[in-house]
Design a binder for this molecule. Structure first.
Ligand SMILES: *Cc1c(COP(=O)(O)O)cnc(C)c1O
Length: 491
């Protein structure tokens, strides 16, 4: 590495990172440049000669920063994005510096031990069955995949089919029940598992995107044989929870494996004031959730939690003669995830739980829910702005021009989003809900407090007013913008 020590390079990286974070609250809550400009910045032929490490660190910071989104900012409400807390980031840096291949406990004892302990903490924190096993994965997408792989194995094993050995060709058919408002990544998981995105029984959802017991009963009528039921804790637009209390006994009577996608919503369990939303979720067989959303770990971090540890291991274990076997009480991280070699994800989770504690996590979740509701109320005071959901958690969707015809409302909502993003005071993106355009907000960064919520809500009102003014000044005609909207929706 030439003249530079590892210490020099680490220090330089830390300086760049700290400088970036120090200005994040004041920076525009969006990237300064778009993708083509970022591509232009990075574009160069393959380097033939190497460069000193300090120069590489400097050049990377200079090139990346203009194209970095303010996902760690206090007024960033796009998608569902945790704030990559500095304590988690620090643990993650050390994880990289330690360079542990976290596959098994002989090779990396500390990494395996941290995961074993953190698995117990997570189960305690989320109050799930204590015997459950946890796989530390990249996010809820893969957590859903792991849980549904175990579900697939188990429902087929019960009818005498070994899917891990024999695959799906010739297997007895299994039914998958899933709600109309499930997250798209659950359909991806079904696709990867050979269960099919479309080969499912869809369950109708209500206005807030939840499955009710009557809807579930109707969809499940006449279903027999192997069955996987997928429910949701926290709908991405409305934050709504399926009616676990009503549905769980029915699913149990059917002998179905019940899986819960609780990427962010499962964290309501940590918070006494919100916990009732998740009542009876603990009766399920598996749960997928994220660390990089509400727990604020850096990317990437998710957890696949499965009641039946054997089913979990059967679905995931990579058996190879050169791998030492694991004995009673010894836990190999690779037995619970698809990968063999991977980073030691348990350390960042350990650090975040250690830093916040049960109480700190509960207080943060409650604060986010409170800020979301206050923002929704502040926006709803304006005639013409409507919050479309009951704000039970941290997610809400907003419609502008709510007092106008649908197409006009779509256009005003779209131009308000564009205006807001250009202003850069806060960030929110668009979504579609029941066929109409909405602005979606997720309050989920550790930096977001009541004041940030007020500033953001006022910025949204200002963007809406400016968008409305611009529209009436330009005397936009309806037919013209109608076409624009249709073009956009075909993308
Ligand atoms: C974010 C999310 C996912 C996907 O999780 P990733 O962490 O992006 O892999 C799945 N389900 C729900 C409800 C989510 O919010």
């Amino acid at each position: 590495m030439g003249e530079e020590s590892a210490r020099d390079v680490f220090r330089r990286a830390a300086e760049h990172a700290a400088r970036f974070r120090e200005k994040i609250a004041e920076a525009p809550q969006r990237p300064e440049v778009s993708y083509p400009a970022a591509l232009e910045t990075f574009h160069e032929p393959l380097p033939e000669q190497g460069s000193p490490g300090l120069d590489v660190a400097d050049e990377l910071a200079a090139k990346a920063e203009p194209g970095l989104n303010a996902m760690t900012g206090p007024r960033f409400f796009g998608w569902v994005i945790g704030g990559s807390h500095p304590v988690g980031v620090a643990a993650d840096w050390m994880t990289s510096a330690w360079g542990q291949n976290a596959g098994n406990h002989h090779a990396a004892p500390a990494a395996a031990a941290a995961e074993a302990v953190v698995a117990k903490w997570l189960i305690d924190l989320l109050d799930l069955p204590r015997q459950s096993s946890v796989g530390f994965v990249t996010g809820a997408t893969v957590a859903n995949f792991v849980c549904l792989a175990a579900a697939r194995g188990e429902v087929l094993r019960k009818v005498g089919w070994d899917v891990e050995a024999q695959g799906l060709f010739g297997a007895p058919p299994a039914t998958v029940l899933i709600g109309d408002d499930a997250h798209t990544t659950v359909f991806s998981a079904l696709q990867f598992l050979g269960l099919g995105r479309d080969r499912v029984v869809r369950v109708k959802t209500d206005n807030s995107g939840r499955i009710t017991a009557p809807a579930f009963t109707e969809a499940a009528a006449g279903i027999s044989g192997p069955c996987i039921t997928i429910l949701q804790a926290g709908q991405i637009n409305t934050g709504a929870f399926d009616d676990f209390t009503g549905i769980m006994p029915i699913a149990r009577r059917m002998g179905a494996w019940v899986h819960i996608d609780g990427a962010f919503g499962l964290w309501a369990r940590t918070c006494p004031g919100r916990r009732a939303l998740t009542d009876h979720v603990e009766q399920a067989d598996s749960w997928a959730t994220d660390g990089h959303k509400w727990l604020q770990t850096p990317y990437d971090c998710g957890y696949a939690i499965i009641r039946d540890q054997e089913a979990h291991r059967r679905a995931m274990t990579i058996a190879a003669s050169y791998l030492p076997p694991s004995h009673e009480g010894e836990r190999d991280p690779s037995h619970f995830v698809p990968e063999l070699s991977r980073r030691a994800r348990g350390f960042a989770t350990w650090a975040m739980i250690k830093h916040l504690g049960r109480e700190g996590i509960a207080a943060m979740v409650e604060r986010h829910c409170r800020v979301a509701r206050a923002m929704a109320e502040r926006l709803s005071r304006q005639n013409g702005i409507a919050v479309l959901n009951d704000v039970v958690l941290n997610q809400f969707i907003v419609r502008f021009g709510a007092d106008r015809p649908d197409e006009e409302g779509d256009r005003l909502t779209q131009s308000t989003i564009e205006r807001l993003q250009a202003d850069g005071i806060c960030f929110a993106g668009g979504a579609s809900w029941r066929g109409r355009k909405v602005m979606r907000l997720s309050v989920i960064s550790w930096l977001t407090d009541d004041r940030a919520g007020e500033v953001a809500a006022d910025a949204i009102v200002a963007a809406w007013q400016a968008a409305g003014d611009a529209r009436s000044e330009s005397g936009e005609n309806l037919d013209h913008t109608q076409t624009q909207l249709e073009e956009e929706s075909t993308c």
